[in-house]
Design a protein around this ligand. Structure first.
Ligand code: 7TS
Length: 405
């Protein structure tokens, strides 16, 4: 377990909510921010704020240096070959939209295939639906097993030599377990396809090495790993990014502009038209430093252990059903409490200061597959403790009594 005093870095956690100490169990939706990140953003605005890649003045070059340093940090964080493989985006959603809107539309012709799973977050589903429609391509689904996961054998069977793109999440935001993305990359490559990995739920909890995985694209959001909102990353292998056209056009992404024709900067800057989220990138750099200081292996171990602690106790509760496979949960558990609507569960928990998420978690196809219209989800991060889990369980017992379930 990580030391309790890690919580001192997160000022928001010191509050009382509805008369109870705040128990924040919704980090899978967005993680809290340590003072190191808050301070980095504040320092930037207080001392270095200016636009990037423009001014010859000193503030402009300080801002540019800080922004580009964040890119280098992101490259090291993912173990990319070069910072030129790091595109700053608004988050996972816009990173995946960039690959779908540019790469997939260019490489997919009529009858080609895009392979996804029904486990995906809508952000890793809708962009592919749209790309397939535009290109006349077929959107194929890897069949899911009863627990919501898929097997590598089924993933392999779904791919053919018409498959151009395979897109899956590294860790599911509902099931909390990891998909075999390294093996999937190898299979996709044998078919001449690329693998796009949605890393929104993995990077906060585990060490990721894109070269080892040999994935072609990897997307994540800063805000789920203690960074600011409004910043994310698309990693892409350089030769792939170099063959991609931008999907946003305007200031700063150009090399030369004529009246009827223009040309673009090199990658990654050609994908960053307009004023980028500068403070966000700097905050993300600070979050990367912070995760490095705490140690991603320690965070992973803590999150796994705490999830196990919660699951063991949830299992003892009558009428409580847990979704997903038995093992391998990395920081979250999804459940329903008898016939009580998960929104009611979350509302009552909130009166005890416990914040969880309820709903379809932007995974409607997976919810249908699991036979649940909606579920409740508790997610854990480095700053959560066994005491948090105990408070959550005790509030859940109160909820059960209240609804006579
Ligand atoms: N992919 C996965 C696996 C996610 O969990 C999320 C957000 C996204 C993509 C989209 O990330 P964004 O930063 O671009 O919005 N997931 C959740 C969630 O589970 N609850 O709220 C947001």
């Amino acid at each position: 377990m990580l030391p309790y005093d890690i919580r001192e870095f997160f000022p928001i956690l010191g509050q009382y909510m509805n008369g109870h100490p705040l128990v924040y169990l919704d980090s899978a939706a967005s993680a809290q921010k340590p003072i190191q990140v808050i301070e980095a953003v504040r320092r930037f605005y207080e001392r270095d704020n200016a636009n990037v890649h423009r001014g010859v003045h000193t503030l402009g070059s300080r801002a540019t240096d800080a922004y580009e340093t964040a890119r280098v940090k992101a490259a090291r964080f993912l173990h990319a070959k070069s910072e030129r493989e790091i595109v700053f985006t608004r988050g996972t959603t816009s990173a995946i939209n960039l690959v779908a809107g540019s790469y997939a539309r260019a490489v997919c012709g009529s009858g080609d295939e895009i392979v996804v799973s029904a486990m995906e977050h809508h952000s890793n589903l809708l962009p592919w639906q749209q790309a397939a429609k535009t290109a006349g391509a077929v959107l194929k689904y890897i069949p899911l097993q009863s627990d919501g996961t898929f097997s590598i054998e089924d993933a392999e069977k779904t791919m053919t030599n018409r498959t151009k793109v395979v897109a899956v999440s590294h860790v599911s935001n509902v099931l909390g377990v990891a998909n075999p993305v390294k093996q999937m990359a190898a299979i996709a490559h044998r078919h001449g396809a690329v693998l796009v990995v949605d890393g929104a739920q993995s990077v906060p909890h585990m060490r990721v090495n894109v070269q080892e995985l040999d994935c072609d694209f990897y997307a994540f959001s800063g805000h789920k790993m203690c960074g600011p909102t409004g910043i994310g990353v698309l990693y892409g292998k350089k030769p792939l990014l170099e063959q991609m056209e931008p999907i946003e056009f305007g200031g700063e992404m150009i090399e030369r502009v004529g009246l009827h024709d223009s040309s673009w900067k090199e990658t990654p800057w050609r994908f960053e038209g307009g004023t980028p989220p500068i403070a966000g990138a700097i905050g993300l750099g600070a979050a990367i430093d912070f995760l490095g200081q705490i140690g991603l292996d320690s965070i992973a171990e803590h999150d796994k252990q705490l999830t196990r602690y919660a699951v063991e106790r949830l299992k003892r509760m009558e009428h409580l059903s847990i979704y997903g496979p038995e093992d391998g949960r990395l920081g979250l558990v999804t459940f329903n409490l008898g016939a009580i609507h998960p929104h009611d569960v979350a509302t009552v928990l909130d009166t005890y200061g416990v914040a969880i998420r309820a709903g379809h978690h932007c995974c409607e196809p997976l919810m249908h597959h699991l036979g649940a219209g909606a579920t409740a989800r508790a997610s854990f991060y480095m700053y959560n403790t066994e005491e948090d889990v105990d408070r959550f369980l005790s509030a859940l017992y109160q909820t059960k009594q209240f609804f006579k379930e």
